[in-house]
Structures are given as C-alpha cells and as structure tokens.
Design a protein around this ligand. Sequence first.
Ligand code: HPA
Ligand code: ZN
Length: 319
Amino acid sequence: MPIPKAELHLHIEGTLEPELAFELAARNGVTLPYPDTAALREAYAFDDLQSFLDLYYGLMAVLRTERDFEDLADAYLARAAAQGVRHAEIFFDPQAHLARGVAMGTVVEGLWRALGRSEATHGVSTRLILCFLRDESADSAARTLAAAGPYLDRITGVGLDSAEVGHPPAKFRAVYEAAAALGLRRVAHAGEEGPPEYVTEALDVLGVERVDHGLRSVEDPALVARLVRERIPLTLCPLSNVRLRTVDTLADHPLPAMLEAGLMCTVNSDDPAYFGGYAGDNFDAVRSVLGLTEESVRELARNSFVAAFLDDDEERRAR
Ligand code: HPA
Ligand code: ZN
C-alpha cells in the first residue's frame, strides 16, 4: 500500500495522457500533428521549460467541452488515488483555454463534475487553484480573475505558472492583492528556472503561503534560513526537474540536502503525463535514487498534509 500523501503541485492539463489526447481529438474532430500515441510520446524530449510548454499548450487543443475536462480530471484522480494520494490541490490554466474560445464556465464546471464527487468515487479530497500565465500581461491576469467571479465558490486559491525567466512575481502584485481581498489563498511558481530573488519577491510582494518548486532557493543561504524560519512549504517536483533539465540527473537533486537544512519540502508530480510519473512514482524515485530513509519519506508525506489548504478536521481525516 503506497504511503498516504497530499499532492500540492499538479497541473490538470499536464495529466493529459497521449491515449486520452487522441480519444478527445477524435471526439472533437481535432487533428493532432502526430500519427499516433507512440509518435506523440517520442516528442516528450524537452530541453527546458519553454520546449515543454510549447507542446503542453499545443495539446490542449483537444480540450473543448465540460465532458473533456471532467474526463481529464477523473482519469487523474483515479491514477492519483492508486498511488496513495488522499488530497489533491489542482492547478488549472484558464487563460490557455479562454484564448482558444473555451469559456471559464466550461473549464470550471467540467473539472468540478469530477472534483465534486471525487471523495466518494476515488477517496481523494480536492481543491482548485487558478493559475495566471506569467508570460501574459498583468491586465490579462486581472481579466481572468474577473471572469472567475461566478465560480469563486469552487476556487480555493491563485497561482502563477508558465515561462518564468523575465516574468518576475512583482508584475502580478495588483492581481494578487485583488485575490487576497476575495479571500483566495496564494501560491506561485518561483525558483524553478528563475533566480532565488523571484522566491523572495513571491513571498514579499505576492504574499504567497507556499512556493511551487523553489528549487533555486538553495543558491541563497539567507533565503534558505528564512524559508526554514518561516516554515514556508516548497512543492518540489523531482521527475519534472530531471525532464526539464533543472537538475542534471535525479541523483543530483538537492532534496536530501534541503531536508537536512530543515526546509519544509513536499514531493509532487507537476505534469505527470509528460514527466514520467505520478505522485507515488516521484516518491518511489526519490526513495530509491536518492536513498531517502523511511523517516524522510514519512516526513515528506506529513509535510504534504501540513502544507495543504485543509482545515484541521479535514487534515486528520485525509492522513
Ligand atoms: N512550470 C511552469 N509552468 C508550468 C509548468 C511548470 O513546470 N507546468 C505547467 N505549467
Ligand atoms: Zn508546475
């Protein structure tokens, strides 16, 4: 039985497996620029974040209806449950869908059809986190938050993703202030490819409660000391880091040193259909390749529930 865990860094669009992509393409009359699933999988050889994002946004063309988003989320929740995930905080990228003429309501209602019954069907509680694309304008982010207005009862927080370098967190100060005023929780990707200064800015300017990735924090000892002192959770994604070449090999991943330093690390899958594994696969990989002790694995699982946006009762039930 895999260890119970919460998944806190998961892009629902990044769970689109090639088989489902072709099924949805056929259902919606979309032609994919690949002859079959094997050819598509072969395209999953990335040099960096941008080369992944190009494919990730391209493949979203198959997601058109509420049922598509429902099927996508249902497939993820089934796989996550099988790997011991008891709670999932799920990112979605509405701007990537709005730009293709797919309405906010189609995305949120579709996802919600699966999320709303997930505790009953999969034994997985869920939260939904709306991410702004940082390579789009601050105005576009503000319009996206406004478009989410009718669905805020379904949305727990906001995040920030997509191409990091050249798009520092401070660009989104105003929309994060607006989100906070609406009672939304705040997270942001920072320190994946971007410098440690982006992590500091996400904390100080955006007021984030968790940092997604935060890997490059290790380059700044003063920042590490602060993250330890303030118990800021980092949602690490080891297999993603290998595939996007943020680390050379898994054996080079700084997770053991980060735990040793007292950082509140969690292990997550990011975009599991693209990066070679779901949450349990990431746990297995760090356990075997990095030689983590059972105590460290338990600490990672415990951290995931502590860092989740669950109230105390829910946290006790989930773990
Ligand atoms: N980083 C930034 N943006 C993303 C990612 C990621 O790993 N996955 C999906 N959007
Ligand atoms: Zn991510």
